[in-house]
Ligand binder design. Structure first.
Ligand code: ATP
Length: 582
């Protein structure tokens, strides 16, 4: 149970001292309980003989206790709740910062769903639970210390009796905590499995609908996965309740016995003449205060059992690999690119690119071709430093990419991929993100050059039109052109281009090509080429096969050689009659 406190401190960073102050405030607040105890005793003691002075004394004690209670309560709330809000705000910011510098390989579907789960659901639960658990645990300790002190001060036998019950009750709490810990760990893991199955099931609905004749067993299997994970959660909860119920009831019974025992013992001692009436009344009241005050610990013990596990989970999520920045922050003049003995593997086992050596001079147009899976996209991703090479290096202007500050490196590139991501924002903001200080005129000029202006002006809100989630209010071709407008506005010297293979209508395609022509003028262009014209016009063509560079040269040179390139051109020319994209 105390690992909640320990882990809170580990996560707290600069908020550690506020957590300590919060705990101090809880103790200060509970000194007031001791004062109430004294006031109660004096009140009973002076009951028949109250005079002005005694009333003033009682009044002063009660007022001081009230002030202490208010100040302690306010102080603990401010420092503890404020700290946890701050700790988790910083956590979210840190994860956000780390994500900016994470290698692209990190962004798998699983990693994203875990990050979303952590940043939305788990952080919120832990933030609330920690605040409550932290306050309740320290309050429980303070109640026990001060009231036991009071009871001992009044009568040792009653103090000893209460101490025994309190000790048994705490043992019970620890049992509850440890027994529930294993189950709530499983509960957390199963909740994650359930949300993964659910997201998969919901995302797959369009696929299932589009294959009405799909084997019912396969469909059943998908539904079954959701049902199974949901049932596992229920089973887990039932198991948890069965495991802790005995200690839960035992704890409640001990507290009840504690209050009753103190009352009966006091009554007995009073009858024996060992305590006088004012003390007896105070002891009974203090007994109820002590065991009543401990009641709130039972729920926090069970609910809080999963918190350390969730905190470990949050720490694991925050442990995001980082691309290391290099020292170079600027590079003047024309910059060429060079692959030097480069090999690369995604998983450390299968080599995807093998010993690549080639040079791309500044302002040249290079087309990469090759069969599916040859490694074309991987080459582009390595240039953009989405991943680092396993062996060898890529040099930009003579320097290894790893020697550049990541921000500087990315400023040299404009990436135009087939998959276009637009933010749920206005068209103008989506274009402007390439150059945040661009004026409206600059944005409009880029949109005009990217052949977007006309369709944008047809929207009622024109440049202020919201593109919808992931740009859903625009057609595929329109999204492509917006992404080209972005790239034009960025005006980077190197364009990394993945030519569209997906069919857009001829009119849209013509517009996209014009936009790309604008974008690539006077730039270094490295494109994964699918169009014959791009390949033929390229200054240099890299032919990849199974991760190796098997041919290199311009069209005139390569067409004379037997090999993949000739076959590629032949196949394209044969398709020319029906493929309009020439
Ligand atoms: P296509 O023309 O079909 O797009 P490509 O030539 O662009 O193919 P790449 O996408 O570079 O090929 O993929 C090369 C190889 O690397 C493929 O065998 C692919 O399975 C593998 N691969 C691609 N991305 C990953 C990844 N993130 N993790 C592991 N392997 C990957």
């Amino acid at each position: 149970m105390f690992d909640i406190i320990k882990k809170s401190y580990e996560m707290a960073g600069s908020y550690k001292k506020f957590l300590r102050i919060g705990a101090l405030f809880i103790f200060i607040q509970h000194i007031s309980v001791l004062m109430q105890f004294v006031a109660m005793y004096l009140g009973f003691l002076w009951l028949g003989e109250l005079d002005k002075n005694r009333v003033v004394i009682l009044f002063l004690i009660v007022t001081a206790s009230l002030l202490l209670n208010c100040a302690g309560g306010y102080g603990q709330y401010r420092s503890i709740s404020g700290s946890f809000l701050g700790i988790f705000r910083k956590y979210r910011e840190d994860v956000g910062e780390k994500l900016k510098n994470a290698p692209m390989g990190y962004f798998t579907q699983t990693a994203l769903s875990h990050i979303l789960d952590a940043l939305t659901l788990v952080v919120k639960t832990v933030e609330q639970m920690l605040g409550i658990a932290y306050m309740f645990i320290f309050t429980g300790i303070a109640v026990c210390i001060f009231l036991l002190l009071g009871l001992f001060g009044m009568h040792v036998i009653i103090g000893l009796f209460a101490l025994g019950i309190v000790a048994l009750a705490w043992i019970c709490l620890f049992f509850m905590y440890f027994l529930s810990r294993k189950e709530v760990h499983l509960l957390h893991d199963r909740s994650i499995a359930y949300s993964e199955a659910l997201v998969d099931g919901i995302r797959g609905i369009p696929v299932l609908r589009s294959f009405p004749k799909m084997d019912p067993e396969v469909k059943e299997e998908i539904h079954e996965r959701v049902n199974k994970t949901s049932q596992e959660i229920v089973d887990n909860q039932v198991k948890l309740e069965f495991k802790v119920i005995i200690f839960f009831r035992l704890y409640g019974t001990l507290l009840y016995l504690g209050s009753l025992g103190v009352t009966l013992l006091t009554y007995y001692l009073y009858l024996q003449g060992q305590v006088e009436l004012p003390k007896a009344l105070t002891l009974c009241a203090a007994g109820f205060m002590l065991f009543g005050g401990m009641k709130q610990l039972e729920n926090v013990t069970i609910l809080g059992a999963k918190t350390p596990h969730e905190m470990d989970y949050l720490n694991t999520i925050a442990d995001i690999p980082q691309i290391k920045d290099g020292p170079i922050q600027d590079q003047e003049g024309d910059i060429d690119l060079e692959f030097s003995h480069l090999s690369f593997s995604y998983d450390g086992d299968r080599e995807i690119l093998k010993g690549l050596n080639f040079k791309i001079p500044a302002k040249k147009k290079v087309a990469i071709i090759g069969p599916s899976g040859a490694g074309k996209t991987t080459v582009i991703h390595l240039i953009a430093r989405f991943y680092d090479p396993t062996k060898g290096a890529i040099r930009l202007g003579g320097h290894d990419l790893r020697e550049y500050e990541v921000k500087t490196l990315l400023s040299y590139y404009s990436l135009v991929f087939q998959e276009v991501y637009l933010f749920h924002d206005t068209i103008i903001n989506n274009i402007r993100m390439a150059k945040p200080d661009a004026t409206d005129e600059e944005v409009i000029m880029a949109a005009k050059r990217a052949r977007c202006h006309e369709f944008i002006m047809e929207f009622p809100d024109q440049y202020q039109t919201n593109v919808g989630e992931e740009g859903s209010r625009l057609s595929g071709g329109e999204r492509q052109r917006i992404s080209i407008a972005r790239a034009l506005l960025k005006d980077a010297p190197i364009i990394l281009l993945d030519e569209a293979t997906s069919s857009v209508d001829p009119e849209n395609e013509g517009e996209i090509l014009k936009a790309i022509d604008e974008l690539t003028r006077d730039k270094t262009v490295i494109s994964i080429a699918h169009r014959l014209s791009t390949v033929r016009d390229a200054d240099d063509i890299l032919v990849l096969d199974h991760g190796k560079l098997v041919q290199q040269g311009n069209h005139e040179k390569l067409i004379k050689e037997e090999g993949l390139y000739k076959n590629f051109i032949k196949a394209r020319e044969e398709a020319q009659n029906w493929d309009l994209r020439i």
